[in-house]
Design a protein around this ligand. Structure first.
Ligand code: 26Q
Length: 828
């Protein structure tokens, strides 16, 4: 039947269908004997790509002619997820593709599910970069994303009896239809070697090994605009000259292709282990590879556009180029731009510094000490000798600048300077300090986080550069995170607002407030939610074998597993709930609010406590879900392999989501915005963007608990001093786990981490004990609220209605106006 359909579709009656059929015939990747959903996906994707290439070329040519200032977003991570639905949605051809695929005997949803997630990132920072690209394209901004083309993205998570297992995620197994290799765009990247000084004193980095960076471009279509911009991913390659034919013919196969194998290592995996020195070198290589290739490309484009335009000046570079560093991971862009300007282009220090610091801006995404990058100077001296020289010079000049100032900054210089030589055995470079000193703007990602940066982490710099520090509260793209992942709710919203303009102007959602009590809307809203819950229940059954009841409250916490995010608080709450249910009479149980608690997220492979948490959630789930006394009132499910596509399934079906980090620790969070936009209520602390979400949707619609950020230091001290009075419920929950109810695995080390506090990584630094009672009280308020259907639905509608601020369109417009100084450049 599919083969016959293929033949039919070749008639011109359906252009898209015949186009898909054409690709399935003439793409040599698959057997012509069948046309299964996977083949249909590749054929459909290739036909969409054809369209994209046209708008892509037009956009590029337009940018080239108009020559506006452009932004280049440098990020070690992108979490693009699937692209097919997003592309046809943005192009406004979704229905046409659905019809065409039907003609070919396929269903769009099933076809779209064949696509593997491009998982070139591990968490919020990577997904943010992808949301930003969508908004840049949609706002017609002249912008590029730059990243690395990892062979294996973030690992695939499998849950076994042992807990989490990591498997290589081969997203390129059967090639990606979205990338276009650009054999014409190749730049040399040097590693190791030494610095040569000429008689005139000019310096040049020579020797070492040189690997080629080859560009792969991924099209990023805007929503209902002609603009399609690029995500340029670099791949490492050795050149043919580096292949030693003589050695190979002599049977020395490994050494003949040594550089080839070194090149392969660079883009092999995201976050290779860095326990060894080789591991550290590899990570630094990755970072430099991204920075050097991207800057060479940017400079090439800058020069190309100046060609034949008479005299032009390097000092105009910052009028044409804005570079945004997504955290400190691409910090090496700073010394690399200095090097390229001085050593290759012949500029002096002052001019190069002026250009560099007017070009580069830095976004901080964390205050966690462990995530603040520090690189060993000895590794840098080996791998990037010229860059270390430049960093040392920046450090020297910064110290001189501070010392020449009027105020008494001398005492602060030790913590402010870039080099940290305090441990003579292991001097390091503090990347965040290098970024702050060298960037024209530094921003945090939510108001609270930006305030903390100014009052704590970067406080000393504020007196020198009071206007350098900004806030840019994160956002999410409403296309992927509402319009496409939740079409039922989207249609209801458009119907009631009488427009679908909210898709590009999310503030319009406030128009829903006037209907918050409308019973007709309540009925539609509830039925859309129920349909999503059924879909989610089916998915959970399929991936875990656990049956969950769509009539129970769906309570979800999905994010990277980390102690500061406090999945432990959630699971201890679940354990306490379980124990109480066990103790109740049947009559009492019947009065409770049935719950399905779902958790998901990946634990970094070497993060022991995070992996223990995954194991604990699974063990608790196994006991609870198989306990006939209570399992119609409580289920605990670990959803494996959380990624962008899984999020798109979970979020529409969620009713309550947990954003329960210790106040002051979560820079922003972005999943909180996704849940809230989809009418899911939040239980959370006053942390990150929760603060602003609560402001927008109204405090009566948010289940708040826990210590506030400014109380945390005092509470830690009190706990350290033994002044902490524990809650009996907290003790009861821990004891229940220790008693072995959830299996024989030794949870004592994990639970011991909740005792006392003697500093970071020792004891209950994240205040699970302190916040436990108020968390349980907030959960009791949730149970009560859920019993009142009208009230819950109203709160749900008001959550969506108040989410307008959290569009990444708003965020990106603010970056464009307040940091980058770029303007829309729509292709004609
Ligand atoms: C640090 C040192 C050495 C090696 C790796 C790292 C490293 C790698 C990745 C440090 C941090 C990350 C990722 C951080 C991240 O995803 N941060 C999240 O960024 C989101 C977007 O701004 C915020 O919403 C989240 O609050 C923040 O946790």
């Amino acid at each position: 039947m599919p083969i016959a359909a293929l033949r039919d579709a070749c008639r011109p009656s359906s252009e898209i269908a015949s186009n898909i059929a054409y690709h399935s015939r003439y793409s040599p990747h698959f057997s012509p004997l069948k046309f299964d959903p996977e083949q249909a996906f590749y054929a459909a994707a290739e036909s969409v790509r054809d369209r994209l290439i046209q708008s892509w070329n037009e956009t590029f040519l337009h940018f080239h002619k108009a020559d506006p200032k452009q932004t280049y977003y440098l990020s070690m991570e992108y979490l693009q997820g699937r692209a097919l639905s997003n592309a046809i949605g943005n192009l406004g051809i979704r229905d046409a593709y659905a019809d065409a695929l039907t003609k070919l005997g396929h269903q769009l949803e099933k076809v779209a599910e064949q696509e593997k997630d491009a998982a070139l990132g591990n968490g919020g920072l990577g997904r943010l970069a992808s949301c930003f690209l969508d908004s840049m394209a949609t706002l017609n901004l002249p912008a590029w994303g730059y990243g690395l083309r990892y062979r294996y993205g973030l690992f695939k998570q499998k849950i076994s009896k042992e807990g989490q297992e990591e498997l290589a995620e081969d997203w390129l197994e059967k090639f990606s239809p979205w990338e276009v290799v650009r054999h014409d765009i190749v730049f040399p990247i040097r590693f190791f070697g030494h610095v040569e000084v000429s008689p005139t004193g000019s310096r040049k980095w020579v020797g070492g090994e040189v690997i080629q960076a080859l560009a792969y471009d991924v099209p990023i279509p805007g929503y209902k605009t002609k603009n399609t911009i690029s995500l340029r991913l670099w791949e490492a390659k050795a050149s043919a000259e580096d292949f030693n034919l003589f050695q190979f013919n002599d049977g020395q196969y490994d050494s003949a292709a040594q550089l080839h194998s070194k090149a392969q290592q660079i883009c092999a995996v995201l976050y290779p282990g860095d326990a060894t020195e080789d591991g550290k070198i590899l990570r630094l290589k990755q970072q430099f590879f991204l920075c050097s290739a991207s800057l060479q490309d940017i400079i090439f484009r800058f020069k190309e556009r100046r060609d034949g335009k008479g005299a032009w000046q390097w000092s105009n570079f910052p009028d044409k180029v804005a570079v945004q560093l997504n955290d400190t991971h691409p910090t090496l862009a700073i010394p690399e731009l200095m090097r390229l300007l001085m050593d290759d282009e012949g500029l002096g220090w002052d001019e190069a510094w002026d250009i560099t610091s007017r070009t580069i801006a830095y976004t901080n995404h964390t205050v966690l000490p462990e995530a603040l990058e520090k690189w060993s100077q000895s590794i840098m001296a080996k791998l990037l000798p010229r860059h270390l020289e430049i960093i040392k010079e920046i450090d020297k000049r910064f110290i001189a600048m501070v010392m020449s100032g009027s105020t008494g900054m001398e005492s602060k210089i030790a913590t402010m300077r870039i080099l940290d030589d305090s441990n003579p055995q292991k001097p390091v470079v503090r990347m965040a300090n290098l970024c702050v000193v060298s960037s024209h703007k530094v921003n945090g990602v939510a108001q609270l986080h930006s305030d903390i940066l100014k009052s704590e982490l970067f406080a000393d710099y504020v007196s020198i550069w009071p206007t350098k520090f900004q806030n840019k509260t994160n956002g999410i793209t409403p296309r992927r995170w509402l319009r496409f992942c939740n079409p039922d709710l989207s249609d209801i919203i458009s119907k009631w607002l009488k427009t679908d303009e909210w898709i590009t102007n999310l503030d319009i959602l406030t128009g829903l407030r006037q209907f918050a009590d409308n019973e007709e809307l309540h009925a539609e809203w509830a039925s859309a939610k129920m349909a999503s819950k059924y879909r989610l229940a089916q998915y959970v059954l399929q991936v875990t074998g656990v049956t969950i009841d769509p009539n129970s409250l769906f309570d979800i916490q999905v994010k990277r597993i980390h102690e500061y995010k406090r999945q432990l608080l959630n699971i201890l709450g679940a354990v306490y709930r379980y124990k109480k249910l066990k103790e109740m009479s049947i009559e009492e149980r019947k009065k409770t609010t049935p719950r399905t608690i779902m958790l998901g997220g990946k634990a970094f492979a070497t993060y022991t406590n995070a992996k223990r948490i995954v194991k604990l959630v699974n063990d608790v789930g196994a006991a609870v879900n198989n306990d006939p006394d209570v399992n119609s009132y409580l289920k605990v499910v670990f959803v494996p392999n959380y990624n962008v596509s899984v999020a798109e399934m979970l979020i529409p079906g969620s009713e309550l989501s947990q954003h329960i980090s210790t106040a002051g620790m979560e820079a922003s969070g972005t999943s909180n915005m996704k849940f809230s936009l989809n009418g899911c209520l939040i239980i959370g602390t006053l942390d990150g963007a929760n603060v602003e979400i609560r402001e927008e949707i109204g405090e009566e619609n948010f289940f708040l608990f826990g210590a506030k950020a400014d109380e945390v230091p005092r509470l830690r001290k009190e706990r350290e001093a033994g002044l902490f009075k524990t809650d009996p419920r907290f003790e009861e929950a821990k004891l229940y786990i220790r008693s072995g109810v959830f299996g024989s695995y030794d949870y004592n080390p994990l639970l011991d981490s909740l005792e006392g506090n003697s500093g970071y990584g020792r004891g209950d630094y994240f205040l699970v004990g302190h916040d436990f009672p108020s968390y349980m009280d907030a959960q009791a308020r949730v149970d009560e609220a859920y019993k009142d259907r009208k009230r819950w639905l109203k709160m749900s509608i008001l959550s969506t209605a108040g989410s307008g601020k959290f569009s990444s369109d708003r965020t990106i417009a603010q970056y464009a106006n307040e940091i980058w100084g770029i303007k829309p450049c729509p292709a004609p």
